[in-house]
Design a protein around this ligand. Sequence first.
Ligand SMILES: Cc1cc2nc3c(=O)[nH]c(=O)nc-3n(C[C@H](O)[C@H](O)[C@H](O)COP(=O)(O)OP(=O)(O)OC[C@H]3O[C@@H](n4cnc5c(N)ncnc54)[C@H](O)[C@@H]3O)c2cc1C
Length: 444
Amino acid sequence: MPCASGGSGRERAVGLNAWGALPAVPAAAEIRLSSRTAALPAAAGNGTLLPYGNGRSYGDVCLNAGGTLLCTRGLDRFIAFDPDRGVLRCEAGVLLADILDLCVPRGWFLPVTPGTRFVTVGGAIANDVHGKNHHGAGSFGCHVRGFELLRSDGERRRCSPRENPGWFAATIGGLGLTGLVVEAELQLRRIAGPAMTVENTRFADLDEFFALNAAAEERHEYTVAWIDCLAARPRGWFMAGDHAGAEAAREVAAPGKARGLPLTPPVSLVNGLSLRAFNPAYFHRPLPARATVHYVPYFYPLDGLLHWNRMYGPRGFYQYQCVLPATARAALDEILQAIAASGQGSFLAVLKTFGPRASPGLLSFPMPGSTLALDFPNRGEATRALFTRLDAIVAAAGGRLYAAKDARMPGALFRRGYPALDEFIPYLDPKFASDFWRRIMEQE
Ligand SMILES: Cc1cc2nc3c(=O)[nH]c(=O)nc-3n(C[C@H](O)[C@H](O)[C@H](O)COP(=O)(O)OP(=O)(O)OC[C@H]3O[C@@H](n4cnc5c(N)ncnc54)[C@H](O)[C@@H]3O)c2cc1C
């Protein structure tokens, strides 16, 4: 029986793939973990193991062809919550959505959240995810107080900044390759209620974006921009947000039940034609300069349409997310020009700056600079040729790509982008592997 959800939010059995739904994913065996299982070595036989959270990674970091996936969604117990200090202990298969349901009414929020709440705590640790508050809060791993790591030899290690600190640093952003995170302790962030105040500003080019961003990062906890990647000069909307006071809760209603795309259409609904219509309309739509909204549509607009990844059709899609050092502004221009000239890209194009707070993770993706994330319908060779051009710009600028979003980066680019790789390798569990890892290690 398939063990994990590759589809909507909380349900458990849809079939096993990554979010990009690229075709021809080779089969892996699946083991459902339900609680603190100690049976990993016997279960593994001679094959390799890989934890699988909720399949929200876009490419192959959560896939293990020919091996076994350890499906963690059954590790879903809350263990302890201290409502005075905001310290939560839970098993690694708990979804961020479940933490929010528990903690928001009690005045606490996730310290860092990605753009979907349907990811597990284990997945958030293993990719050391980031959010719109990276400029102040750093990545998810900065707020992990500790966790228990189960190795394939059956050993359980408590890891924290003080206890087994090397294992702690290797496992945060460790792509599931150092063992299974069984449970974790997180430090949450105080809030007064579920409402957010948001300021929206249209910008006409990147100079304007950087000026808005510099000012907003001083004043706002959350910042992000949507950009029209097909315009001759990249333009877009800058959005700054903060948690609102308790009184604002009266102004916002919790969102209703999410709708879903029922079927995968025979061809991608995202194409040159639809993009040329959508992007200008989105750019010119009237948005209020200030608004008060519920935290769900603010942080998770895409969660309102379950299975939205199906709109890319049976060939699936890629996401390309890079980070460029702050000094590499020309490289950002070059990347956006190359994308606009290619006529590819999509309406899901996000630009954000990362701040200086370092993650404890050895292979953590964020570094100070600008990060750009775009979805691309899979057009085969044309898309891969564009990526090769973008890779060259990223490498020359001293940037790196995000493994959580990747399905094709060359091994050399990963090795060059992650200087702590040699320090990480001794912490690999000898029985753990992923399609991503094999690809990166075997390819040039
Ligand atoms: C709509 C959308 C928006 C997103 N926005 C962001 C964003 O803003 N910022 C960001 O950083 N990411 C973002 N992501 C990516 C997503 O947050 C990460 O890929 C996340 O790691 C997925 O978690 P998951 O539980 O689905 O894990 P999976 O995708 O199933 O697995 C991810 C990795 O975690 C490992 N893993 C899972 N559980 C465990 C465990 N218990 N122990 C050890 N390793 C484990 C797996 O082996 C794999 O390497 C987004 C994804 C989507 C679909």
